[in-house]
Design a protein around this ligand. Structure first.
Ligand SMILES: *Cc1c(COP(=O)(O)O)cnc(C)c1O
Length: 360
């Protein structure tokens, strides 16, 4: 029998697994599995959101001029070279759709974001996974993996779920080493949490083949609203805009994101709290005998002695109503990724882990 056939690559896609959000029968759930902000969005963003109710019958602007201008002003960028999407996921989708196809390869790293292979398969291209070294992106290994078929290199910095970072000199060496015909994508979903990091903006300015993606989902506390953006060379942004639906972002998304990016006081507060709580969490986990790298993001990767121990700890946390993220699919069967919550959330999760370890 003949049936409609999907395009090549589509059936290779392993469905994305998101962090769980509930535990059956438990009401007081602490969700630390999806790197969401414990503080939510700023009051100014919420006000802007509410005000859009009056205009929901209107189509949104197709050029996102207001939001792009706000992002450009705050970050010191050229507004003409910003593109906005339904989360940075959509910007990543534009990139793979436009720059990779059957016969092409896209590189991502061992512990990299699972959306990269999903989007690469969706474009009919082949994802190529490159080993990291000690939970860090290894520039030499990435450069060595580039072939004549490579079209895109995806790097998450800071990394998820590792929380580690490529230092500036290494990142610059990578950008210099990637051939001019290959697009280097710097995914800065957690850039706000990394002290003094521009997300790769300066490298975008310096190279004609480097693009940065950013999101409102993490530090801005707007994961539910789906807004992200990219910054790149004009020629590449012009290409991406050809496949972008003209009305991809609603008036609500646009107005809320604009207010959010302009509220620097709120962002500073969120980032400051994260930095403080993250340091406390890392130290407390180490004190409890759990291995943990320094993190530059809003989560930490707790590494246990074995997969069994991680699974046992995860089960014990669930019993206490705490959801963290198993990260076996990211190459860490012995790991649990824990979002940095507010102070009481950090205490609660550490308390539960210490209690559990006491029973072993
Ligand atoms: C959370 C995250 C994103 C952001 O996705 P959105 O679509 O903007 O919500 C992008 N990349 C990585 C690595 C992430 O962890």
């Amino acid at each position: 029998m003949s049936r409609p056939k999907p395009q090549p690559g589509i059936t290779n896609i392993a469905l994305y697994k998101s962090g769980e959000s509930g535990i059956p029968g438990v009401s007081d759930v602490l969700k630390l599995s999806a790197n969401e902000s414990p503080y939510g969005p700023s009051e100014k963003a919420k006000d802007a959101f509410s005000k859009t109710v009056a205009n929901l019958h209107r189509y949104p602007a197709t050029d996102h001029a207001g939001l792009r201008a706000a992002i450009a002003e705050v970050h010191g960028l050229d507004a003409a070279r910003i593109i906005c999407g339904v989360g940075s996921d959509e910007v990543l989708q534009f990139i793979t759709q436009c720059y990779a196809g059957p016969g092409d390869e896209a590189i991502y790293t061992e512990h990299g974001f699972s959306m990269y292979p999903i989007l690469t398969h969706a474009a009919g291209a082949t994802p190529v996974c490159v080993a990291e070294s000690g939970r860090q992106v290894d520039v030499d290994k990435v450069l060595a993996a580039i072939t004549g078929k490579t079209r895109i290199v995806f790097i998450t910095n800071p990394g998820n779920p590792t929380g580690t970072m490529l230092e500036a000199a290494e990142l610059a060496r990578l950008a210099r080493g990637v051939p001019e015909n290959v697009l280097l994508v710097l995914d800065g979903a957690y850039a706000e949490f990394a002290d003094g990091f521009d997300g790769g903006a300066a490298l975008v300015e310096a190279h004609d083949n480097v693009l940065m993606t950013r999101t409102f989902s993490k530090a801005y506390g707007l994961g539910g609203l789906r807004i992200g953006w990219g910054y790149g060379p004009q020629a590449i942004i012009d290409v991406l805009n050809r496949v972008r639906q003209p009305f991809n972002l609603s008036p609500t998304q646009l107005a809320t994101a604009e207010a959010a990016v302009r509220d620097r006081d709120w962002l500073d507060k969120v980032v400051g709290n994260n930095t403080r709580n993250r340091a406390w969490l890392v130290n407390a986990l180490r004190d409890a005998g759990v291995e943990c790298d320094d993190s530059h993001a809003n989560f930490v990767l707790a590494r246990f002695a074995s997969e069994d121990e991680a699974a046992g700890c995860d089960a014990a946390l669930r019993k206490d109503g705490i959801i963290v993220r198993r990260v076996g699919g990211y190459g860490f069967p012995e790991g649990l990724r824990i979002t940095v919550g507010d102070e009481s959330a950090c205490r609660r999760v550490v308390h539960a882990i210490v209690q559990h370890k006491g029973t072993l």
